[in-house]
Design a protein around this ligand. Structure first.
Ligand code: TRP
Length: 347
């Protein structure tokens, strides 16, 4: 079987460091591993419209931002097909047929969708498009016969639903679709990076994100203002590293080379944590180190992004070429689906 990746993001904002460690970094590594026959990275504008239908300008503007973030992080159009979801109309048609294979009750049970409905106050006016987005996501994945879907942890329920729909389709109409597998980051701290304010989720609406496009000054200001352990008041106090976002970020981003370069008095993060936990290590010192690590990590991404921003039309041209290619692949799968469902009357 061919090894195929499909993954994507909703264009509702610039991408932040949570996206980076949660999935973007992994995608670039997988892209460069040479182990995959095809890689598709989708900007999910149609999905973004399911809860931003009243704000198409926002979705449109963020397609450019997400594409810039992708390229800046090292996704390479020569190796990965980067495309825009709404341009692939076959996805809508697949969604329509898959909709028969899932019940309302099942959709309502999806824990990620459930949480989002609450968070968006959709409880009393739920758009059908929003509730059914996991079905459309199944179309995205299966249209490309993806075997591997590198995503953040919050997407696991989507993958579970996709697998159910695939099994049900293949059971009813014969082996046509491929069951996908999710790939999560190995590092537990990368699964869900908390916000700079210590809230569980980094989110634009909470204003607790560090963006890939942030300037050096913005990064420094955000790191220096981070929430730490509120009970660690005096330097001599014993501190907690577990629920402390500065240490969680260090878990996600720092390496032993960073210690050699910026904090050679500690061999590694375990030693730094041990010192903080027994007392005698100030937050300032930890934040200064974290700032150095973040600056080193984000500087090359930001520089590349600034370069790419000079030619936005080249970015759209890249998306157009990618979308044409993706459309051809999706059309082929749709034809197979229609044949399996015996609705290929005029073939
Ligand atoms: N739901 C994903 C997100 O919110 C975006 C997405 C849409 C996606 N279709 C997908 C991810 C297919 C993986 C596979 O970021």
């Amino acid at each position: 079987m061919r090894n195929i990746i499909l993954t994507g993001d909703r264009p509702t904002g610039k991408l932040h460091i949570g996206h980076y460690v949660g999935s973007l970094k992994r995608r670039v590594e997988l892209q460069n591993s040479g182990k995959f026959d095809e890689i598709y990275v989708m900007i999910a504008d149609a999905q973004a419209l399911t809860d931003n239908f009243d704000n198409p300008d926002k979705v449109r503007a963020n397609i450019t931002e997400v594409a810039l973030d992708y390229l800046a992080c090292g996704l390479d159009p020569a190796k990965s097909t980067i495309f825009v979801q709404s341009h692939i109309e076959q996805l809508t048609e697949l969604t329509y047929y898959y909709m028969n294979l899932v019940t309302l009750a099942r959709l309502e049970r999806n824990p990620t969708v459930k949480a989002e409905i609450k968070q968006k106050n959709f409880e009393h006016s739920l758009p059908m498009g929003f509730l059914t987005y996991p079905v459309s996501q199944t179309a995205d994945i299966t249209a490309f016969k993806a075997t591997v879907v590198p995503v953040g942890e919050d997407q696991l329920p989507m993958l579970e639903q996709a697998r159910e729909i695939v099994r049900s389709f293949n059971g009813l109409y014969g082996d046509t679709l491929v069951e996908p597998k999710a790939v999560l980051p190995d590092n537990k701290s990368c699964l869900r990076l908390p916000g700079t304010d210590g809230m569980a989720k980094m989110s634009k609406s909470l204003g607790n994100c560090i963006y890939l496009s942030d300037s050096a000054d913005e990064i420094k200001r955000k790191v220096m203002g981070m929430y730490t352990d509120p009970n660690h008041i005096k330097v001599t106090d014993a501190g907690d590293t577990k629920n402390n976002p500065t240490f969680i970020y260090l878990d996600a981003f720092s390496s032993s080379e960073h210690f050699e370069r910026y904090l050679p008095e500690y061999a590694n993060l375990d030693e730094l944590k041990a010192h903080y936990e027994r007392g005698g290590l100030g937050d300032m010192k930890v934040k200064k180190f974290l700032n150095a690590v973040m600056q080193e990590t984000l500087e090359p991404i930001r520089t590349r992004r600034e370069e790419l921003e000079k030619d936005i039309s080249a970015v759209w041209e890249m998306l157009k070429v990618g979308s044409e290619k993706a459309r051809g692949v999706a059309a082929q799968t749709l034809a197979e689906v229609k044949r399996a469902m015996k609705i290929n009357y005029f073939e």
